[in-house]
Design a protein around this ligand. Structure first.
Ligand code: NCD
Length: 312
């Protein structure tokens, strides 16, 4: 994978995914083995939108590999406020670093930026588009808790604007999964995503859409809950119509299988009641923690001469 950009999960094959997840499992089992592996390497962080987990876990991952980060900081404090284009910004920062992480509010921004740089560019979220590194940690968490084959997953919430959902749905289509999409009608998966998923699955009908969770809850191995993406609604009144419609609490989960795994990319607003946190179902904090070994594995594979793997 050396020098590849990671822009969309559509380009991640099953073999790519397995390579990253296997490497992440090795690193999680013995992080000290890679503590100096990328000493001297620098990762550039360009976040044009708020971020907590993604940014801090990339920073942690790079430092745990012995490297360091340079951070553009907030948009307000950068030359973006002077009118600098994204293309110029990435061209400049690539000269300082070995890889770049970009989050941007515009869908397609990462694809565009990647055309201007030679170092690996990792898309950390482009508007309502894609978030492929989140998908890798989601897949890692699913593999640990439920396995990736013969999986029945429910993906619930804002399927229209949720980039984590788009990326996850594409990547899951490489595995033997049944995907149930649960949302209000106005927040259904974009039709082009549904079309792509049908194409990708070669006509197998592994996809179903629902408006009520009760229709499928009892069949699910994993329930992936998402936040309504308020900041992407053109009209606040449209947000208010659907806000708070999909919430789960202990009572909701009484109809679930005992083995259900509940995930969420976080941040949550009110989709999952805090009372669920202490149940056996909750895997969302573990999921957030998995961001570090998974991003370590990905960076290691992208930055290594030998394509990663153990070099002992
Ligand atoms: C997600 C994102 O930014 O798309 N957050 C994350 O990276 N874990 C989900 C969200 O903001 O709802």
């Amino acid at each position: 994978m050396r020098h590849d950009h990671v822009i969309t999960s559509k380009h991640l094959s099953r073999a790519d995914v397995e390579t990253v997840l296997d490497r992440a499992a090795e690193i999680a089992a013995d992080p000290s083995a890679v503590a100096d592996r990328h000493a001297g390497a620098l990762l550039g962080l360009l976040f044009f939108e708020p971020s907590t987990r993604t940014k801090l876990s990339f920073e942690t991952a790079m430092k745990r590999l012995g490297g360091d980060v340079v951070d553009m900081g907030s948009v307000e404090s950068s030359s973006v406020t002077k009118g600098e284009t994204l293309a110029d910004t990435v061209r400049v920062i690539e000269g300082y670093t070995d890889a770049l992480v970009l989050r941007h509010p515009k869908e397609g921004a990462a694809t565009m930026a990647s055309e201007f740089v030679d170092v690996p560019l990792l898309n950390a979220g482009d508007g309502a588009g894609q978030h492929p590194t989140q998908t890798l940690l989601d897949l890692y968490t699913i593999r640990e808790n439920a396995g990736l084959d013969d999986l029945t997953i429910g993906i619930m919430g804002d399927l229209k604007y949720g980039r984590t959902v788009h990326s996850l749905a594409y990547a899951l289509s490489n595995f033997d999964t049944r995907q149930h999409f649960i949302s209000p009608e106005s927040l259904q998966l974009p039709r082009e995503v549904v079309y792509d998923l049908h194409q990708q699955q070669g006509g197998r009908t592994g996809i179903r859409e629902h408006q009520r969770l009760e229709a499928v809850l009892g069949d699910l191995d994993v329930l992936y809950v998402t936040r309504i993406q308020r900041e992407r609604f053109p009209d606040e009144s449209e947000y208010r119509k659907v806000a708070g419609e999909y919430q789960i609490d202990r009572e909701t989960l009484e109809a679930a299988s005992d083995d259900l795994t509940v995930m969420h990319p976080l941040p949550r607003v009110d989709e999952i009641a805090p009372e669920v946190d202490d149940t056996e179902y909750a895997a969302y904090f573990e999921q957030a923690h998995n961001g570090v070994p998974v991003r370590m594995a990905l960076l290691d594979l992208l930055l290594s001469e030998d394509g990663g793997g153990s070099d002992e």
